[in-house]
Design a protein around this ligand. Sequence first.
Ligand code: ATP
Ligand code: MG
Length: 315
Amino acid sequence: MAGRTSAAGGTAAESRETRTAARSAAGRQSRAARPEQVVVADPPPEPDYPRYRVEPGAGVRLADVDPDESEHFGRKKDAADELAHHRDRIADLQARLYAENRRSLLLVLQAMDTGGKDGTIKHVFRGVNPQGCQVSSFKAPSAEESAHDFLWRYHQRVPSRGMIGIFNRSHYEDVLVVRVKGLVPEEVWRPRYDVINQFEQALSLSGVTVLKFYLHISRDEQKRRLESRLADPDKRWKFSANDLRERRYWDDYMAAFEEALGNTSTDVAPWYVVPANNKWYRNLVIARTIADTLEAMDPRYPAPEEGLDAVTVDD
Ligand code: ATP
Ligand code: MG
């Protein structure tokens, strides 16, 4: 039976189907964004990552989050076995995601300088097949990048089906550094919160699960890390005078982060504020959040061809 033609040119039945499919895709994605409700038998999980999630619409006060927090984990050794366990889970689930080849995971890492984005990538992704991961680091935009809309360079690096993509800095720079340093006027950066939410919603509808981590260090901890870069000849290469200049804008950055996180933590793309003065606790929180999210996504190996039991391989 021919259906009524909708405004978009399809039949009414088709557009109903499209809407239903979109709703169930969104439902799947928001379940994956609250993984503890799906995969943890007896909450609260340890570490208690749901506590660090920014609830949609809730304001963020970074001063209320203790960057030294490590729950009952007293020192690095206490968390080592658990970190190794979550790394194994990520490796196994990543292999499934890759083989399934239908969906992808995008991780966004943001922090002040020395906040630990590089260290997180190095320690959380140890043991994951590099073929299924793509790390994209975003610096100040090139002339070509600046000549496009601000999302252009990020969209190109969104992970394709089966892949995990890691953004080391991200589209959030375009509401952070550009605001703090006055690189564009407020009429330009302020509407970007909505643009970013729409972008992430669109990604989610096409099978990309988005998870965002703000690595929360204190101003004192940044001082210690910068000093240790100066003191250690093997770390000096990491020291940049620009970090000292940015540090002077600490309070402005905190205000910019609070507003950005509060405006863009959504059901399909939540922010987590991760206490990050203790590197090992930071790694543990992030590893578990990623492993549980992947488990909630439930990627599966594709069904093998039929009749394989009868197959023999010629000599
Ligand atoms: P590292 O850990 O190596 O220091 P990094 O990400 O801090 O890594 P840098 O080269 O030190 O790399 O700094 C990159 C700089 O680029 C940051 O100061 C950041 O704010 C800036 N940047 C990133 N994206 C944008 C953007 N869209 N507009 C303007 N500046 C940007
Ligand atoms: Mg830097």
